[in-house]
Design a protein around this ligand. Structure first.
Ligand code: PLP
Length: 430
């Protein structure tokens, strides 16, 4: 019999054999669970889902109610391939926000195609807005699966800094670096696809303010105008937006530019209901896209549907129907929004407690959403030192991720103190 690696070498082609799972989050969760089972007084900041102060998963009751009201058809049947029409409208409305009509009146047409989560929308853009061998433009700290999605599509990643070096007056966009990356991509591949996870970036919790959004927007507008033969796609990954202070800030930023919009720039949103509706496992999202030319959008719908058909077939119908029902029923929508708003407040209180108790620690900008992040050259050592205080966090590639979403509120300050003490013990101040 062949040894395992020999057999893998025979059965698995090299591109597949090179793939690996990412179990660092589960490994640190398991350590927390083990310590808790031993009766130790420990805190769990490892999970990337909203937990209440007792550590139970928050499930929005409006979603539970909508699911029980659904007819069997919506529970068992296939979805139309582009998604249920009512859900596609809801996705556009929730991604773009209350100024959707204004955006359309200013000259944009908008469309949506359902996808299994925001991840599916990212995949649809990767498969269709670039050619294999190209690279996607991301920021220098990014959600790990960006790399996995790019790999699966035969694409690379190229990055620009999350925060500019000279962080003057809270202005953190490195416009020079961004414009230079855009120019390089135009030269090397003739098309640009940028994924921008804003607001409430994972893993930092950073949200661009209105001046910063405008800086980013202007870099794209200028690059598109200067290179009319190149195609630009700016995709906003808004997975956490409905827990941010300005959930639809990008709509405010874009509207004044529509009148003078370059044809070779398309705006997309990777819309996700995983967090906003607490239905992570139901796999419900959409790619939403906007451009002045209706004909272009009509051409893109079957293109995205084709990729979906050849990858996951159709998106699940049940969550689409439930989400559409909630947003077409004022009672259910009010119930949904009360939980969403309440949880946003909980996140804010936890973040405040955490940051206040660790005021001398250097965090990445931390404004909204599920996470906070301490950049560090040796995140595993820092996590180990923090764990000595009974606090379990996650060492990522460039720092330590704190799951503000999973910390009990009463433990937020304790977590801040543990980070602060670990930081001093390891002499990170210098
Ligand atoms: C930054 C970011 N983008 C997109 C997603 C997509 O989530 P889903 O596919 O569950 O909608 C996530 C989920 O964790 C995320 O953190």
């Amino acid at each position: 019999m062949q040894d395992e690696s020999g057999l893998a070498g025979i059965l698995l082609p090299p591109h597949a054999a090179a793939k690996a799972g990412n179990d660092v989050i589960y490994a640190w969760l398991a350590r927390y669970q083990q310590a808790a089972a031993e009766g130790k007084d420990v805190v769990n900041g490892t999970i990337g889902a909203l937990l209440d102060d007792e550590g139970e998963l928050v499930f929005n009751p409006a979603v539970a109610e909508a699911i029980t009201r659904l007819p069997d058809l919506d529970k068992g049947a296939y979805s139309p391939l582009p998604g249920l029409p009512a859900y596609r409208d809801t996705a556009r409305t929730l991604a773009i926000g209350p100024r959707l009509d204004e955006m359309e009146a200013a000259g944009f047409s908008t469309e949506a195609v359902a996808s299994p989560g925001g991840c599916g929308a990212l995949y649809l853009s990767a498969r269709n807005m670039l050619s294999p061998g190209d690279s996607i433009l991301v920021r220098s700290t990014y959600w790990g699966p960006y790399r996995t999605i790019a790999d699966e599509c035969g694409l690379g990643l190229t990055d620009w800094p999350l925060v500019a070096d000279s962080n003057e007056l809270g202005h953190s966009v490195d416009k020079v670096a961004l414009s230079s990356r855009l120019d390089n991509l135009v030269t090397s591949q003739g098309r640009v696809l940028a994924w921008l996870n804003d607001p409430a970036h994972n893993p930092t919790g950073m949200s661009l303010n209105s001046a910063e959004r405008n800086d980013v927007m202007n870099c794209f507008l200028e690059a598109a105008r200067a290179n009319p033969e190149a195609g630009f796609t700016l995709l906003l990954d808004t997975a956490y937006a409905l827990y941010a202070d300005e959930p639809h800030g990008w709509t405010d930023t874009v509207i004044p530019h529509i009148e003078n919009w370059p044809d070779n720039l398309i705006l997309c949103w990777a819309f996700s209901t995983s967090k906003s509706h607490t239905i992570y496992g139901l796999r419900c999202g959409a790619i939403v896209f906007a451009h002045p030319d209706r004909g272009l959008l009509d051409r893109m719908v079957p293109m995205f549907v084709h990729t979906g058909r050849g990858t996951w077939s159709g998106s699940p119908r049940l969550p689409q129907a439930a989400v559409a029902m909630i947003h077409n029923d004022s009672g259910l929508e009010t119930m949904w929004d009360a939980t969403r708003a309440g949880q946003s407040q909980v996140l804010e209180i936890r973040r405040e407690g955490l940051l206040k108790a660790a005021s001398e620690v250097h965090f990445d900008p931390s404004n909204d959403g599920y996470f906070a992040h301490v950049p560090d050259p040796d995140p595993v050592s820092l996590c180990e030192e923090i764990a000595k205080h009974g606090v379990y966090l996650v060492p990522l590639a460039k720092g330590v991720r704190i799951g503000v979403c999973s910390l009990p509120t009463h433990a937020a300050e304790r977590v801040g103190r543990a980070i602060s003490e670990a930081w001093s013990t390891l002499d990170r101040r210098s």
